[in-house]
Design a protein around this ligand. Sequence first.
Ligand code: NAD
Ligand code: ZN
Length: 325
Amino acid sequence: MPDPEPGPGQVLLKVSAAGVCHSDIAVMSWTAEQLTFPLPLTLGHEGAGTVAAVGDGVRGVEIGESVAVYGPWGCGACVMCAQGKENYCVRADELGIMPPGLGAPGAIAEYLVVDDARHLVPLGELEPVANVSLTDAGLTPYHAIKGTLPKLVPGSAAVVIGTGGLGHVAIQLLRALTPARVIALDVSEEKLELARTVGAHEAVLSDERAADRVRAMTGGAQAVFDFVGVGPTVATATSVAAAEAEVVIVGIGGGVAQVGFGAIAFDASVRAPYWGSRGELIEVLELARAGVVDVHVETYSLDEAPEAYERLHAGKVNGRAVILP
Ligand code: NAD
Ligand code: ZN
């Protein structure tokens, strides 16, 4: 690909690190009819870099500044964008605005064009390779968890299903932000070990008996986060929910929750959020500055990127794979 140039209002970054997300594997599996953007596409929706050039009219960023990219780009002007919730932009579809790596050219490249300086958050002293994944693997669980905080009082329990890229950060966020007992579920002993290392009180094998075990341990959880989102994990997630619990389906595995009188605990609610707001990304980076979240990172060169995806697909990445272009 030719090196891009920033147009008016745009910022060119020299990419320092780009994270590899399981959503990329979903994108790679879509059929031509399912794709909402033309190919070829440069992947990479977790990006960090240094400002290399700015287009006409750009203010507020310095050449050479180290920044993280806020990925869920919106129009900037609608009622949701005005609240910093560009992930829920009312007009993005209509205007054809797509995130980098999910429609617009992404960060797994030497250079990345960012459409507007408001989509950059200064990293300051934060190291880009260790922290790039906070832009999705940190921001998405943070947004999922933030709404549940009033439920996670002393004596409560929180369940994290899938302790990969997003899940291992979710455990740390829950430990940093709540007094809840954290129970992690995954299918491999290696991932359960990582879950314990990053702070889970209990780590349970995710099989057909998992829900019984979690209910026996907790009597029902006040918040459940499913970072897999396939039929069986969604079923586990709803069945371990206590009365008034919040079940948050983050994984995009196509699973659908059964909700109805008697199908789930009384007054439990289910939501399926997408990414997070600009303000929440700033908050996540502050947690990293405070030293309470630490992404476990495996690094790969640009040439090794296919191997990173193969390992992710095979469930072998421990934490997050990060590509260094
Ligand atoms: P990952 O591959 O790093 O982690 C997934 C983890 O789930 C792995 O540790 C895997 O072993 C585990 N797992 C697989 N099957 C399981 C089962 N049956 N029970 C328990 N654990 C199981 O993936 P990731 O990058 O962390 O992404 C997680 C999910 O979240 C993906 O579906 C991704 O597309 C989705 N995602 C959603 C959003 C959003 O905004 N909603 C944002 C980013 C990612
Ligand atoms: Zn908008």
